[in-house]
Design a protein around this ligand. Structure first.
Ligand code: ZN
Length: 308
């Protein structure tokens, strides 16, 4: 049973928006692509487990926990009987090399951050977390390589590493475990969800402000700014995608909110932000329909909560 699903992090959303609206430095672009690839791998693993896992499990995706000032992230946590199965999912692609306990990209000299150390750290910290909260579970950590185009030369014989061709048998193994979930398992799952921490994405972003970003609405499919605004539709001149104008404007407002959490939402600023919608009346109409208005007259702005 899936108790916590994975959603795209605000950091990834923001990096994607910034990548469209400014030119990122090489490092920021690297961070964006790394986040994107990681997320895609995790989603692929979620889909695979959803399709292949038929045993009774509590599944918690994407947890960020903290114990004695150390934060640790768990990609996929499966709770069963007396065991917590931790899956650290890696979406590495291409050829890698294993040497002296380290992972190297084939042809490169410097090792990458060791994913085996990463799962060991997560296991140790989770152990402390369980002890502090009075839970007694065995932890089985796994390092899962999800990408079928990943290859590791001189791979170590290590049962906790799951390579792409082993995913099927890994699921079979999990399906054959005895499982009898009760209130105690649920208590643990609820506590983990309660303790999940959402990290602010803003310290990790490049510097930007309202004036430094390219304004305008973008195509939902190809991110192009080359869009034409009709009465009810927004049409992309690059890929031809057509979208309801209202939902496209709401999407632009949501991007604006995420980028500038401290700026007030007014008709004028959203009109300027969207650029291609000529009529302020239209912008005001969509704002009124989708958000709540606070204050009166000149100083009124929209509360940034979408109406139900
Ligand atoms: Zn397009």
């Amino acid at each position: 049973m899936l108790l916590k699903s994975r959603i795209e992090s605000d950091l990834l959303k923001l990096l994607r928006i910034l990548n469209t609206r400014m030119s990122l430095t090489e490092d920021d672009l690297k961070q964006y692509l790394y986040q994107k690839k990681g997320y895609e791998g995790e989603v692929a693993f979620d889909l695979f487990t959803a399709a292949n896992l038929n045993n009774e499990f509590f599944i918690l995706n994407d947890l960020m926990l903290e114990i004695t000032h150390s934060k640790f992230q768990l990609d996929s946590t499966l709770i069963i009987q007396d065991t917590i199965i931790l899956c650290e999912v890696k979406n590495y692609e291409g050829n890698y090399f294993y040497k002296d306990g380290e992972f190297l990209i084939y042809g490169a000299q410097k090792p990458i951050t060791n994913p085996l150390h990463q799962i060991k750290r997560a296991e140790t910290l989770l152990q402390q977390y369980l002890k502090k909260n009075g839970f007694h579970f065995r932890i089985l950590p796994y390092l899962v390589f999800i990408n079928p185009n990943f290859f590791l030369y001189q791979a170590p014989q290590n049962d906790s590493i799951i390579f792409p061709p082993q995913l099927g048998s890994f699921m079979k193994k999990l399906n054959s475990k005895p499982s009898n979930l009760n209130g105690m398992h649920r208590k643990l799952a609820d506590q983990l969800i309660d303790d999940h921490k959402i990290e602010s994405p803003y310290p990790k972003l490049p510097a930007y402000d309202y004036h430094s970003l390219q304004k305008g609405m973008t195509c939902a499919i190809c991110s192009s700014f080359f869009v034409t605004c009709g009465e009810r539709k927004l049409t992309c001149n690059d890929c031809g995608f057509e979208e309801e104008l209202e939902s496209a404007v709401v999407q632009s407002i949501e991007e604006f909110k995420l980028l500038f959490p401290d700026l007030k939402i007014t008709t004028n600023i959203i009109h300027d932000w969207c650029t291609v919608v000529e009529s302020k009346k239209t912008i005001r109409k969509f704002l009124t329909m989708n958000y709540r208005l606070l204050g009166y007259g000149k100083y009124s702005h929209f509360e940034t909560i979408l109406k139900e």
